[in-house]
Design a protein around this ligand. Structure first.
Ligand code: CTP
Ligand SMILES: C[C@](O)(CO)[C@H](O)COP(=O)(O)O
Length: 389
């Protein structure tokens, strides 16, 4: 939000959240239900509050909804509460009065709280149109064959090329909208503000709507919340000491070498780094949290099971592994002759394709512990996709 909130030149936004949500079949008004981790009303409130083109935000709630609203909007910065009316139209009317009493506005964007996924693009487009037009709203094409009906039988098949589905926010010159509401007959219920504005003789410019801006109305809308893919990355790093008399396991493959790695389990430094990367991508701690080195149970254990365990945790959260990339840091043994076998084995353990697994190796130019062949280090990075509601 910008800081010119008291000026009559300001752009105000209104989030209408005073409905009862009777068609949703929920026990409380739908705008206070959580979707994608936030109450429905909170989504568009956050969209407006984070937009620099909006100077003042009004949230309209029903009488008696104060506690629900305070809870849903806790921590939000500046917004003003208005008590709505029995209909959407009346709720808008109450808000227009409140704005007029507080000094007026230049422009106003009126939005249904029941349309939570309001993008910055839509707000940008509406504000851009308002520079030259008095009214604007987002619309979508009608994709099905459209008919009229008496409720039972086919009336007429309509020309869908001329039909659009109307969304919010609807954006207006404030004074013109106020005057339009003043002359609209009180006994006629308008389902949106554009028709009231048009009836007063003004044009409405149409912008392209957004399918994600769909309104939550019926119970099925709550089951159809669009999934959001979250891309996560995790990183892992591990070092084990090279000692004579130990087996050398790297990436789940036993490798012939004069020394082997000592430590936790089979000390497969590469799979340990990979396990940490996978756990890191879902914020699930590190390998030591899940397989404590102090627990004798893991003595000599095959490290593949740690990788499989982390993979199952990811799957349990609805995640899929996009790719993993690892680097072994050692002077010897030379990794190249084993690299493809290690890659293939890790791809099998993770149940992903070979080209989703990369294994690389480098030396430290004989510097440090790796250069002196006292130990091997490994680093790994994993990228995963999480489908979130
Ligand atoms: N008296 C009302 C009625 C509706 N709205 C708001 O207008 C938007 C669109 O209305 P709708 O989807 O019909 O919501 P409800 O009226 O709550 O739903 P229902 O008709 O199923 O009761 C919603 O964000 C709703 O909270 C409002 O502010 N005041
Ligand atoms: C304003 C609106 O969302 C535009 O499509 C719609 O008219 C609201 O209708 P409702 O009956 O109040 O859900």
């Amino acid at each position: 939000m910008s800081d010119s909130s008291n000026s009559a030149n300001a752009t105000h936004a209104v989030v209408l959240a005073a409905g009862s949500g009777s068609r949703s079949g929920l026990s409380r008004p739908k705008q206070f239900e959580r979707v994608r981790g936030k109450p429905i009303v909170r989504h568009s409130v956050d969209s407006f509050l984070s937009h620099a083109g909006i100077d003042k935000l009004w949230v309209v709630i029903g009488a008696g909804q104060e506690e629900l609203a305070n809870e849903a909007l806790s921590g939000c910065s500046a917004y003003y509460l208005v008590i709505g009316g029995d209909t959407r139209q009346q709720s808008v009317r109450n808000t227009l009065n409140a704005i007029a009493q507080s000094g007026g506005a230049q422009s106003i964007l009126i939005h249904d709280a029941a349309r939570p996924f309001l993008s910055r693009n839509i707000i940008d487009s509406l504000l851009a149109v308002l520079k030259t037009e008095a009214g604007a709203m987002p619309v979508l094409p009608a994709v099905d064959t459209m008919i009229s009906t008496d409720g039972q039988r086919l009336g007429q098949t309509l020309d869908r090329e001329k039909l659009r589905r109307v969304q919010t926010p609807q954006a207006f010159d404030f004074e013109k909208l106020l005057a339009a509401h003043d002359i609209w007959p009180e006994d006629i219920t308008a389902t949106d503000d554009a028709q009231i504005f048009q009836a007063a003789g003004h044009d409405i410019h149409l912008i392209e709507g957004d399918e994600n801006l769909a309104k939550y109305t019926f119970p099925s809308d709550f089951e159809r919340t669009p999934m959001q893919t979250q891309i996560r990355t995790g990183m892992g790093f591990d070092v084990h000491q090279l000692v004579a008399g130990e087996e050398l396991w790297l990436g789940g493959m036993k490798i012939d070498h004069v020394k082997g790695l000592s430590g936790h389990s089979d000390a497969d430094v590469l799979l340990h780094a990979l396990t940490d990367a996978l756990l890191g991508a879902i914020g699930a701690g590190d390998i030591g949290d899940h397989f404590p080195p102090t627990d004798a149970k893991w003595q000599g254990a095959a490290s593949e099971q740690f990788v499989k365990y982390a993979t199952e945790l990811i799957a349990g959260k609805g995640g899929t592994i996009n790719n993993v990339d690892m680097t072994l840091i050692c002077e010897a043994p030379k990794i190249k002759p084993h690299r493809e076998a290690i890659r293939a084995n890790i791809a099998t353990v993770l149940d992903i394709a070979l080209d989703q697994v990369s294994v690389k190796a480098t030396t430290t130019e004989r510097l440090g512990f790796a250069g002196r062949e006292e130990g091997i280090a490994a680093q790994a990075i994993a990228t995963i996709s999480l489908e979130k509601i």
